[in-house]
Ligand binder design. Structure first.
Ligand code: B1M
Length: 207
C-alpha cells in the first residue's frame, strides 16, 4: 500500500525518479489511481503553492515539483487510454493565452478521457485560433483552464468568439468561480477534474 506522505514529499522535493517508482509500484499493485491523485499528488502541488506564497519556495522549486508531478501523471494516463471505450463526445481543452500552467488542465484531460470522451489537447497559451483548431477536429465543447488572475479575462474572449456557433465553452482553474463563469456567460464551470467530467456528462446527456 502506498505511503501517501512519501509520494507527496517526493513531488514537493521534485524527485522525479522516486515519484515514477512509487506511482508505478502502486499501479502495478492494482491500487486506485484516484486515491494517489487525491491523497498525495494534488495536495503536494497545493502545498508547494502555499510555500511559494510564503516565499519559502521559488519558481525553480515549483518547476521541478511540476515535472515530478507530470512524471506521475504520465504513468496514469495510458491506463485510461488503454481501457477500450466508445467515445461519448469530443472536448477540446487548453490553457488560455498568456498562461503556461498545464498540470490541472492535463488532469482534467486525463479524467475526461477516462470517462469516455475524445479529448483534443491544445496545450498551453491558447488563443481563439488555437481553440478553433480543436473545433475543426470535431469538438463541440471547449474547456478553458486558467491559473492566473491576469489570464482569466481571456476566457471572456473565448466565450464571445464561440457565441452562436454551437460550441459550449466551459471553464475552470484555481482563480475561477461559478460567479465568474456566470459573469462572462460561460456555459459551465467546474472546480476540479471530477466536476469537469460531470459537466461533460450533463452536456452530452449521459446523466
Ligand atoms: Co505558478 N502560480 N506561476 N507556476 N503556480 C500559481 C497559479 C500561484 C497561485 C502561486 C502563488 O502565488 N501561490 C500564482 C498565481 C497568482 C494569481 O494569479 N493570483 C502563480 C504565479 C504568480 C506564477 C508566475 C507569474 C510566477 C513568476 O514567474 N513570477 C508564473 C506565470 C507563468 C505563466 O503562466 N505565464 C508561474 C509559473 C509556474 C511554473 C511554470 C513554475 C509552474 C507551472 C508548471 C506547469 O504547470 N507545467 C507553476 C506552478 C506549479 C504553480 C502552482 C504551485 C501549482 C499549480 C498546479 O499545478 N496545481 C500554483 C499554486 C496553486 O495552484 N496552489 C501556481 C495543481 C493542479 C492539479 O491544480 O491547476 O488548480 P489546478 O487544477 C485543478 C482545478 O483548478 C481544476 O481541475 C484541476 C484538477 O482538480 N481545473 C479545471 C483546472 N483547469 C480546469 C479546466 C476546467 C475545469 C477544471 O475546464 C472545464
Amino acid at each position: 500500500m502506498t505511503n501517501y506522505d512519501t509520494l507527496k514529499a517526493a513531488i514537493i522535493k521534485g524527485s522525479r525518479n522516486d515519484v515514477t517508482a512509487i506511482v508505478k509500484a502502486a499501479i502495478d499493485a492494482g491500487e486506485d489511481f484516484n486515491a494517489l491523485l487525491d491523497k498525495a499528488m494534488i495536495p503536494a502541488m497545493r502545498e508547494i503553492g502555499e510555500k511559494f506564497s510564503r516565499n519559502e519556495a521559488y519558481v525553480p522549486e515549483l518547476l521541478i515539483a511540476a515535472r515530478a508531478m507530470q512524471s506521475g501523471l504520465a504513468i496514469i494516463e495510458p491506463l485510461l487510454a488503454a481501457s477500450g471505450r466508445k467515445s461519448h463526445g469530443t472536448v477540446a481543452i487548453g490553457t488560455v493565452k498568456g498562461d503556461l500552467h498545464d498540470i490541472g488542465k492535463n488532469l482534467v484531460a486525463i479524467m475526461l478521457k477516462g470517462a469516455g470522451y475524445d479529448v483534443v489537447d491544445l496545450g498551453v497559451n491558447c488563443d481563439v485560433a488555437k481553440f478553433d483548431e480543436g473545433v475543426a477536429k470535431g469538438a463541440t465543447v471547449v474547456a478553458c483552464s486558467s491559473l492566473l488572475t491576469t489570464t482569466m479575462p481571456y476566457m471572456r474572449d473565448v466565450v464571445e468568439h464561440f457565441k452562436g456557433r454551437g460550441v459550449k465553452v466551459i471553464i475552470g482553474g484555481a482563480p475561477i468561480t461559478q460567479a465568474y463563469a456566470d459573469e462572462i456567460g460561460a456555459f459551465g464551470y467546474s472546480e476540479d477534474a471530477n466536476g469537469a467530467v460531470k459537466l461533460a456528462d450533463a452536456i452530452f446527456g449521459r446523466k
